[in-house]
Design a protein around this ligand. Sequence first.
Ligand code: SF4
Ligand code: SF4
Length: 185
Amino acid sequence: MTLLNLLNYELSWHKRNDWDKATTLLKSFSQERNSELAHVKDLARIVRFRIDEIDAFIQQNTSIVCPNCEKVCCVNRHGYYDYEDLIYIYALGLNPPIYKEGVSDTDPCQFLSQHGCTMERAIRPFRCNWYFCNALLKHIEHGPAKPYRMFIKQLDEIVDLRKEMLDDFFRILKANSLYTLSSPE
Ligand code: SF4
Ligand code: SF4
């Protein structure tokens, strides 16, 4: 099984064998191809910085809307990284968290505390930063127009930067398919 074969939406922490292979290979690829991946890593750092920039705006809105929520969206299945998150995390030189055993997908997320998510926004699974329930969306839309327009523009730019990072990563990975990416079965 090659790294390229493993990196798709089937990859899940629940399928531990493939997950362990993929994370081991990703980590070594990221370290050993450091100079080839320099642009990917720069883009990952820019994405992180850009998500940090929108943190205060999102926080301002969630701090008003979320405390009254009756059906909190943070269930545990949303707290796991997917393969795109993993590429981003390793490009930042980080590692995924050690997930807790025995937490059901439908339980409250293992990263949820009384004060909200315990993960820094920029390294949360991407879906967490991109989910806006109707109540939150309405609140944001009904706020001042200029910050709202700015926020939408920033979101679009982050999505584009992340796509560029992933495209570049896969271009380099495919060019290295003869490299020792096959993991022992
Ligand atoms: S984002 Fe929406 S669904 Fe999630 S906790 Fe806040 S109000 Fe509830
Ligand atoms: S935002 Fe945080 S607490 Fe909510 S699902 Fe994502 S990781 Fe879990």
